[in-house]
Design a protein around this ligand. Sequence first.
Ligand code: G4P
Length: 526
Amino acid sequence: MSRIDEEIARRRTFAIISHPDAGKTTLTEKLLLFGGAIHVAGAVKSNKIRKTATSDWMDIEKQRGISVATSVMGFDYEGYKINILDTPGHQDFAEDTYRTLTAVDSVIIVVDVAKGVEQQTRRLMEVCRMRNTPVIIFVNKLDREGRDPFDILDELESELKIAVRPLSWPISMGQSFKGVYNIFQNSLDLFTPDKQKVTERIEISGADDPQIDDYVGEKNASKLREDLELIEGVYPEFEVDDYLSGQLAPVFFGSALNTFGVKELLDCFIKIAPAPKPILAEEREVRPSEDAFSGFVFKIHANMDPNHRSCIAFVKICSGTFIRNANYLHVRSGKYLRFSAPTAFMAQKKSIVDEAFPGDIVGIPDTGNFKIGDTLTEGEVIHFKGLPSFSPEMFKYIENSDPMKAKQLNKGIDQLMDEGVAQLFVNQFNGRKIIGTVGQLQFEVIQYRLLHEYNAQCRWEPISLYKACWIESDDNDALDAFKRRKHQFMALDREGRDVFLADSGYVLQMAQNDFPKIRFHFTSEF
Ligand code: G4P
């Protein structure tokens, strides 16, 4: 195997996603502990965006600034190079999470055993399903009283619309929680609960081993054997191909806080999770093992310091080897650029790297060249697909409050949109600009940043909109007729695509009924 093939085969790039509070941060920390990347718990947590009602958006932005270090967490484990991509916990930044999902090869979903599937989990799973991303589920907090594990499995299946197969199983729950049986390897790993570090491990082989009775008690042991029998009867054999094609989610149980069930998850994950896969560009499929480097920007992190309007652009490497100081084509501008200080993220430290491989993420300091979705290559013109915008949830008109500063305002809006902070639509009837976001916080962030970074003042005016949908049709006459009839509600997005602004669900439904030749899309990629 050539060096690049070896490097690709050992890479596992993934994101952990969950509804806030299910335990994403805690699980991330425990994985880093196993990987030796940190030595005590708490290291990641202190960087975390707090979700309490008392923290305002400014806190959140500050913490977002700090969290650059945790944007990508790389570590080595058992010969594998693992890259965890962090996603913001706050749901007002869900759009960031959607984009991060375009840069991963698989996903781990964390679910709270007492709460089951929650709203945010459902939405994120929809994104995974759109892309057939392989998904592993970790049911967390078994050290607390929660729901019956079989009920949870049923709920996962029906709510997340994916077949499930348990690969570990809890022994009791709550106060009497003893640990998990590893179905994948047919072994029992018992750890002494410890919130701070990974403890010594006791190994046992096979469900029939009488030692299990000694460790967890006879009653628990026989319940475990009963459950395992039931699982074998009800769930089909685990087929790794079903997981890889996004049809089946293996399920693990445990307690991230107590480091129960985490190693079972990690050991299985490195074996079954996919290495970087070919990625579809508009022009062709790009294979990771190709000689020529290619990559795309999936996230831009702004510096909150107004005196240094610099950003870090996060580039996911899709093929070839990325080399520091090489000349790369920035496809959108047609310019060649050289990067002298690309950073990689290992063990929570940012350091300059000389080379990086497919599946890796490099951070490139930038002063405004990059836009989300931009492609870098060695010269070939390719555009990677798969960075959709979703119809926003909230809309407001943005107006200039200082007529002398119109230019600054427009520039600020443009750059913030390039960063992917929110979406901009321009109403074609009255020329007014509409900003669409996922949450209220983003409006406050935009207003603050326009003032502090661009010296421009904006104000928000209400607009009552239900959805913005991208429209298309094979029949140009039908499209024109629709646009004429709805001319007051037609807008263009930043790429110049037609967007219909529906002010209510009823109006949207009527439009769909009246114009059967028009297709209405709720994401920008169709
Ligand atoms: P998130 O990133 O998904 O939002 O969740 P996070 O890891 O922050 O966990 C949310 C809360 O749940 C934390 O408590 C955390 O300690 C707790 N937690 C995580 N895993 C487990 C577990 O296995 N069992 C139990 N019982 N609790 C767990 P917190 O009170 O919000 O934070 P902290 O003050 O304890 O740090």
